[in-house]
Design a binder for this molecule. Structure first.
Ligand code: DGL
Length: 308
């Protein structure tokens, strides 16, 4: 973990928000988990929806976008940065840690890799992610470097999942629970029978992992928890899914605690504020993030983040 020379903080910055970014809707799964275990933390989220997907872009572009997103979040005096994107975490984490210096930076790779090592019994781990994350080989390197026993890591790129999830093609259980939220404004987001298509795509991508008999599957993209039910169904009950959003939230808790930066409320009825910024179409983001979080998300604003 990042070694920091944190100044004497003494609760001064504890009310400041946690800054979180992703290319789009995926990091909302991370927000949800952080808000669940740290309900008093204020959160500022940026979804770079104008430039999603990152997973098919070059290393240089991914680093540039990640720096621009971080610069935007720094305007809010964030006390900690969560890179809620596996693709950015794969390439930009060292640059961002250097850039932020005394502000802790948490990525999503290490938490998922540690959990996968803990969960596997047959030492055969599957990883799915964007083409860029898989190309970086980061999960394989991290898992192998942290393991005591020899591990087989089989990685598969799943480029179609992100565009489908950005379209709102997610597990039906989210939509059914939250469909009432805004359907009048956006009636083109009908509940259509998309699950068969997701199941078909997932069966195709995951077949090699089933053949190789993995007993753990790392969801190496923060978008994927949105289709966890289908992924679980395709892999079968014998395979444990590792959700990097859940694991990252635990890391955030540990990091804030370690640096004495947790926001301890005076009034336990007042929860932390969640503010969302996007670089395109706030309406669509409002609907899908409300589905994922399970409550109505009101604060979504469109912003420009690139250096012009
Ligand atoms: N959610 C992201 C990830 O974890 C990015 C997906 C994309 O933009 O391609 O990699």
């Amino acid at each position: 973990m990042q070694e920091l020379k944190i100044m004497s903080l003494k609760n001064k910055i504890n009310k400041n928000p946690i800054g979180i970014f992703d290319s789009g809707i995926g990091g909302v799964n991370v927000v949800k988990e952080i808000h669940r275990i740290l309900p008093y933390e204020n959160i500022v989220y940026l979804g770079d929806t104008a430039r999603v997907p990152y997973g098919t872009k070059s290393k240089e572009t991914i680093i540039r976008y990640s720096i621009e997103n971080t610069n935007f979040l720094l305007k809010f005096k964030i006390k900690l940065l969560v890179v809620a994107c596996n693709t950015s975490s794969s390439y930009a984490l060292p640059v961002l840690k250097k850039m932020l210096n005394t502000i802790p930076v948490v990525g999503v790779i290490l938490p998922g890799a540690i959990k996968a090592i803990q969960e596997t019994k047959n030492n055969r781990i599957g990883v799915i992610g964007t083409p860029a994350t898989i190309k970086s080989g980061i999960y394989k390197k991290t898992i192998i470097s942290l393991s005591k026993k020899k591990k087989s890591v089989i990685s598969v790129a799943c480029p179609l999942f992100v565009p489908l999830i950005e379209e709102g093609w997610i597990d039906r259980l989210y939509q059914e629970k939250g469909y009432h939220i805004q359907h009048k404004k956006l009636d083109y987001y009908r509940i259509i029978n998309h699950e068969n298509i997701l199941r078909y795509v997932a069966t195709e991508y995951l077949s090699v992992l089933k053949q190789k008999n993995v007993d753990v599957l790392v969801l190496g993209c923060t978008h994927y928890p949105a289709i966890k039910t289908i992924l679980k169904e395709v892999m079968g009950p014998q395979v444990t899914l590792v959700d990097s959003a859940e694991e990252t939230a635990k890391f955030v808790y540990e990091t804030l605690k370690r640096y004495n930066m947790l926001n301890i409320p005076h009034n336990k009825n007042v929860l932390g504020k969640l503010k969302f910024y996007v670089t395109d179409d706030p309406q669509k983001f409002k609907l899908i993030s409300s589905w994922l979080i399970g409550k109505k998300i009101n604060f979504v604003k469109k912003v420009v983040v690139e250096n012009v």
